[in-house]
Design a protein around this ligand. Structure first.
Ligand code: COS
Length: 401
């Protein structure tokens, strides 16, 4: 059983604590039948569909949408999303992935969509009846999202999309995509629309294999037309919509990494207690104790940054660009370090396929890239620091040298 002392922290409320315990029990009872069933690894789409269905039936996807549209809470609650991701990631990364994409894929509709658009998509997301995706990245516009070239044009039937998106999670599996495309030049010329997967002119051009399998695809838009009402927010608001959606979900990517790291620490501690070496248990050897101590420190520091960011968004209702970037950067980078230490403590067994720490070692890597690579988070944090320094000037006597 993982350390649950973070549940006592003042960032959380009783309903969050209750959520963490209930979901942990549910995951233990329900996930093995889906994840470990014969053939599950070779049937990625089938496994993800089964996970979305089970998460919907369990009521967990209700945390991905606001209360008025089938959600569990009045608004998207980042602490609840983080607790769910952390818990699912500790048990099975694909369960976390399936949950997270329902939230990220519909997040732009929840926060900026019209009432009609919310009513059309969100209840189905919450029930697990429709699978969602977030289509922002392009082959030459990943970190530099504003460099996208996919075009959006008003036409008599609605909005016409032309171009290509790539590395889209749930690409090929989703029932609908929140697509970001350009109506004019510059970051103020980006808009967002919802596109159903059965739209004429929309196609999945390629399924992309990755080191830790999850559904990923390259999407083509060949004069694909969506109705006028499928515009999210106003024309030109797309970049702001994309980045503020990422502000919510970046913290939760950190939470997923935290779930992986906690699992690695649990695995490593158990291994240390059961592995004999040089006439003593591994747990009694100072070199192993030092590794375990560093792992535990990084886990707690990550959790503090994550729940600080989530609390700031939920309770202070503030933009959390800086806090979310810090949480994602630190938690994902340090989870990689923590998992690497766990693999090392396992020795030869640590790189054997099928051993949990080997799986975690592959699974963590993408989290340091998607939803804003670690390098981008550093840019974001530095910009916020400089913005603050330019305004506050805490030492007015310091002139330029
Ligand atoms: N929330 C809301 N609005 C935001 C925002 C945020 N977090 N960050 C920026 N904006 C707004 C800015 O306020 C600005 O609008 P105004 O001119 O009205 O003030 C506009 O968006 C453009 O901002 P900026 O000039 O900072 O844009 P850049 O192109 O320089 O952005 C970064 C650079 C790196 C911040 C951005 O491209 C980014 O986050 N990239 C990573 C994208 C990503 O995560 N890709 C992975 C795909 S999802 S798997």
């Amino acid at each position: 059983m993982s350390d649950k002392s973070f549940l006592d922290w003042p960032f959380l409320e009783d309903h969050h604590r209750d959520l963490a315990v209930r979901l942990d029990h549910w995951a233990i009872e329900n996930l093995p039948a889906i994840i470990d069933r014969p053939g599950a690894r070779d049937d990625l789409d089938g496994t993800c569909r089964a996970l979305v269905k089970a998460l919907g039936q369990g009521g967990w996807l209700r945390y991905c949408v606001p209360g008025a549209y089938g959600g569990a809470l009045e608004t998207l609650d980042v602490r609840a999303l983080a607790i769910i991701r952390e818990t699912l990631a500790r048990h099975a990364s694909l369960a976390d992935f399936s949950f997270a994409m329902q939230g990220l894929g519909s997040g732009a509709i929840s926060t900026f969509g019209s009432d009609a658009l919310k009513a059309k998509y969100l209840p189905a997301v919450a029930a697990g009846h429709k699978i969602a995706a977030f289509a922002l990245s392009e082959v030459d516009a990943g970190s530099d999202a504003a460099a996208m070239t996919t075009r959006l044009e008003a036409c008599s039937d609605g909005w016409k999309v032309t171009g290509e998106k790539t590395w889209i999670s749930n690409g090929g599996l989703a029932d609908f995509y929140c697509v970001f495309a350009r109506t004019e030049e510059g970051s103020k010329g980006v808009s967002a629309v919802v596109m159903d997967a059965d739209t004429d002119g929309f196609e999945v051009r390629e399924r992309i294999d990755v080191m830790a399998p999850h559904p990923l695809g390259r999407l083509g838009f060949n004069n694909a037309v969506v109705p006028h009402d499928n515009l999210i927010g106003l024309p030109g608001q797309g970049f702001k919509i994309a980045l503020s959606t990422l502000d919510i979900f970046r913290t939760t990517v950190g939470a997923a990494a935290l779930g992986f790291a906690r699992r690695a620490l649990d695995e490593a501690a158990n291994r240390a207690l059961s592995r004999k070496m040089f006439g003593a248990m591994l747990a009694d050897q100072p070199i192993a104790q030092a590794q375990l101590a560093e792992m535990a420190l990084d886990v707690d520091a990550s959790a503090l940054l994550i729940y600080r960011s989530a609390w700031t968004k939920d309770v202070k209702k503030q933009r959390v660009t800086r806090e979310a970037a810090m949480a994602k950067l630190f938690a994902t980078d340090q989870a990689q370090v923590t998992i690497d230490k766990a693999v090392q403590l396992f020795g030869g067994l640590g790189v054997q396929v099928g051993v949990k720490v080997e799986e975690l070692y592959r699974e963590i890597r993408a989290l340091r890239i998607y939803e804003g690579a670690s390098d981008v988070q550093k840019i974001v944090i530095a910009r916020e620091v400089l913005k603050e320094a330019a305004i506050s000037r805490p030492y007015p006597d310091l002139g330029t040298v």
